[in-house]
Design a protein around this ligand. Sequence first.
Ligand code: DC
Length: 219
Amino acid sequence: MTRPGLVIAIDGPGGVGKTTVSRALARRLGLRHVCTGAMYRALALAADESGIDAGDEDALRAFCAGIEIEYDCASGRVGINGKDYTERVGSQRAGELASVVSAAPPVREFLVACQKRLARGGGVVMEGRDIGTVVCPDADLKFFLDAPLEVRARRRRTELGTDSGEVDEKMRKRDKLDRERAASPMRPAPDAVSVDTAEMDADAVVDHLLSVIAALKGS
Ligand code: DC
């Protein structure tokens, strides 16, 4: 298949720095950026507002049939049926609801279809858990960013300005849900380049990814 623009898939667990790195990489390469986690988070908040239990698959199926999700690649704004959720997707609550809602197959089918549409034509860096495996299996480049839980939890604690051990516990639970769910669990695509970010800050990761991209283009 020929596409006018590159598709770069970036997957990895929570707290690994995917969003910071993907946004910077997209800017450096002049590509659009899509944060699929924000879409799961917005959908989870909207379903919650409609009184839907995050574990109720049938209710989520009916909910998805009646909504439209809008994602603006330039600003990262995310809306559902015209309502803007951008300011709230970063909350702890949104993350907790999203980790449950994202295990429901109807939610994944709905969002994967939206994400495939956003990737059509290329020119995009898309980040999430299943981009290299499910959303863009034919991506030009796939990266899987990882770091030990202790490192990711420490970064998240700094982000949140807390030293609570609860952050570690919640991250452990979400890791488990992401890795063990039946519907497209998080795992590196067989052809993904794995990057251990434990000893690197975000700028160093971006530079590393750019050097891998340059090497692959040159080969
Ligand atoms: O990356 P994040 O923390 O914003 O993601 C929020 C939740 O959504 C997380 O529990 C995993 C889920 N998610 C997913 O299942 N698939 C994606 N492509 C992106 C996020």
